[in-house]
Design a protein around this ligand. Sequence first.
Ligand code: KG4
Ligand code: ZN
Length: 334
Amino acid sequence: MSTILAIESSCDETAASVCIDGKILSNIIADQKVHQKYGGVVPELASRAHMQNIVPVVDAALAEANTQLKDVNAIAFTKAPGLIGALLVGAQFAKSLSLALNKPLIAVHHMQAHVLANLIDDPKPDFPFLCLTVSGGHTQIVLAKTATNLVILGETLDDAAGEAFDKSAKLLGLPYPGGPLIDEYAKTGNPERFSFAEPQVEGLDFSFSGFKTSVLYFLQKESATSPDFIKRNIFDLCASVQKTIVDILLVKLKRAALQTGITNICIAGGVSANSRLRTLFSEMGKKYNWKTYIPKFEYCTDNAAMIAITAYYKYLAKDFSELSISPSARLEWN
Ligand code: KG4
Ligand code: ZN
């Protein structure tokens, strides 16, 4: 019997989850509204909000799972990557609990946890599977050989897919984070109306900087002659931006599937909440005879359930950490 308490604090969500024998019993998230007026996450404000939120969030996760601290067998936390001050709050909290309860500590890589979010609910993908992980800070194609053996096949050379959404949204005058708003506005827009640069990157790596520059130059040029260009065309602009980003992602995912011959394919991360990506991914799966998997919406954006499920497999493998472990803003994969 394993009861794991997991904590996630890598960016601007303070989250805790309880997982018993591989089943998620609670998944509590406190969003930090404090960043909205700054157009992005302010690291120092994030750390402070984590300190305010962490005790009530952990209490709520234990209560919802009908569990007490004395029943917990291991404490898991996000060790990297993320904002260092934010990570430190979760790490110190987890270490203190581990020391006080005399229970093992499990350090989890946030991006590996996004991939393993696909193992939370049934049906789960069989191994090996591929996962396109698309978040605000990262874009990767990962080969999961087992739950504890994940290999990066490709990743972004510059911006992440979520950043491409958020930065385009900013250029369009939309508030942060703009990804979900682009998705919403795109629903009534024409995705073929405008075209933006698509990168020519070899292999399975991604690049979004050329795309971002092409959106910037296009909007500057059009707005110079027609100041209300963005306002008049906001729906078509959102639809076209979204189409380009999703095309860039799916071209590489298809290439990865063809190259490896793997047909269990997942997507994960905050951008996998995008409706066009979800729809086209499922259609692509039908066309190529893939078994496709997308985590439930609440497990796509940042959450502690994904940390808990990853910790569960580490617990089975007895992959524990010393109390001397430090979190890191950018940590190597293994
Ligand atoms: O995984 P996540 O919650 O946090 C990170 O670890 O980065 O991802 C957040 C990213 C943001 O860039 C946000 O704009 C994007 O996911 N996002 C979306 C949608 N929902 C969230 N992007 C496009 N369409 C969406 N529906
Ligand atoms: Zn994330």
